[in-house]
Every structure is written in C-alpha cells, then in structure tokens.
Design a protein around this ligand. Structure first.
Ligand code: TMP
Length: 216
C-alpha cells in the first residue's frame, strides 16, 4: 500500500518594515531544521520567476504613479503564480512552506493603509487562494516610529517611502487581523534582538510539537 502523504504546513512571517523580519525568518528556518522538517523558504511578492518580475514592478520607484488598485491586483497576480507554481504543489507533497509575508500584508497595506477596504481583498483572497490560508502566522509588532528609525540609513524602495501615518495604519491593520484569527502569534519586536529571536524559535518549536502530537 502506498504511504499516505500528509499535507505540509504553511508558516508566514508578517510585520511592517524595520521590525526585523529578515533575521527572524532565519530563526523560523533554524527551528524547523532542528526538528528535521523539510521546508521551502520563499517570499511575497515573489517566489517564482514571473512573481519576482511583478515584485520589481511593485517595489521600484517610478515616474508614473502606480495606482492603489493596480498595486492590489499586481500583489494578487504575483500571489496566484506563487500559489500554483510553488506553494500548493509543495504543501501537497508534505513539504512545509515558510513565507515572508502573505495575504495578511495585503489586508494591512492595501486594505487598511491604502484605504481600499477589506471587501475587494476578501473577494480576491477567495478567488485566488480557494481556501488556502497559513497554518501559523508570526506577527512581529513594533511602534512604526522605532521601526522607521531602525531603517533610516538604508535605501528605500517604493513602499518604504510612505509617511509614518501609513505605517501606523499597517500596524493597526495587522493587529486587528491578529485579534481575529487563532493562527496568529504576536511577538513584541521592541525587545532585545536575542529575546525576539528566542520568542520566534519557541513559537515554531511549540507549533511543531503540537502538529507532531496531533498526527501521533
Ligand atoms: P519586503 O519583502 O521587504 O517585506 O517588501 C515587500 C513590500 O511589499 C513591503 O513594503 C510590504 C509590501 N506588500 C504589500 O504592500 N502587500 C502585500 O500583499 C505584500 C505581500 C507586500
């Protein structure tokens, strides 16, 4: 008899710019490595050749203003490629997927901060994702004023050129979503880097234990 392939788990990392996502996604991966779990690390927008081209279009500053609606649709175009070409096939094979941002970012950035509202995003989410949602979402939460200071010296992409008010709306959007879904785990990113890293590692470790217990 063929052995049953268990669907993999889908972990996402979220937070506004400057919260330390890049270093903490390493912690997620190391925690999975330590538990011997095979995973695919990826990011949004991006994760496939076409989606990475869309990412460039989305993040490169340009003379012409990219409208909020175009931005939303391009995010979901990239996501559609990513889901069909990479995420779903891997989850179906039992591989885990670790993704730097997913649709919670669209709700926070385009829905709340750009002011497009939640309705069009909910519709696109259903159309494009067909029920696919992360199993665990780690949200790194930080006052945008502190976050902006942390990234003050680095070159800014198109999205990073927004004013503080925009990032306050992003943060509120994320926190509102975190209050709505059990899959969220919010970590205070204002603590010392080592403490944040430890909290991320512990969160993944606890989640893996829960999954392993559930499948016996
Ligand atoms: P990052 O890879 O450095 O996080 O940059 C991605 C940027 O794109 C970041 O500013 C957040 C933004 N973004 C959205 O506005 N909506 C989305 O759905 C996603 C995935 C990202």
């Amino acid at each position: 008899m063929e052995s049953e392939i268990r669907p993999g788990k889908f972990i996402t990392l979220e937070g506004s710019e400057g919260v330390g996502k890049s270093s903490n996604i390493e912690c997620v991966c190391k925690a999975l490595d330590a538990r011997g779990i095979a995973y695919f690390r990826t990011r949004e927008p991006g994760g496939t050749e076409i989606a990475e081209q869309l990412r460039q279009l989305l993040l490169q500053p340009s003379e012409e203003t990219l409208t909020a609606k175009s931005e939303l649709l391009l995010m979901f175009a990239a996501r559609s490629q990513h889901i069909e070409q990479q995420i779903l096939p891997r989850l179906e094979q039992g591989e885990w997927v670790v993704c730097d941002r997913f649709t919670d970012a669209t709700f926070a950035y385009q829905g709340y901060a750009r002011g497009l509202g939640l309705q069009p995003i909910r519709w696109l989410e259903q159309f494009i994702q067909e029920g696919l949602n992360p199993d665990l979402t780690i949200l790194l939460d930080l006052d945008p004023q502190i976050a902006m200071q942390r990234i003050a010296d680095r070159p800014k992409d198109r999205m990073e050129q927004e004013a503080l008010r925009f990032y306050e709306a992003v943060r509120n959007g994320y926190l509102e979503r975190a209050g709505q879904f059990d899959r969220f785990h919010v970590i205070d990113a204002s603590c010392a880097m080592d403490d944040v890293a430890r909290a991320v590692t512990e969160c993944v470790d606890r989640y893996v234990s829960r999954v392993e217990k559930a499948i016996g």
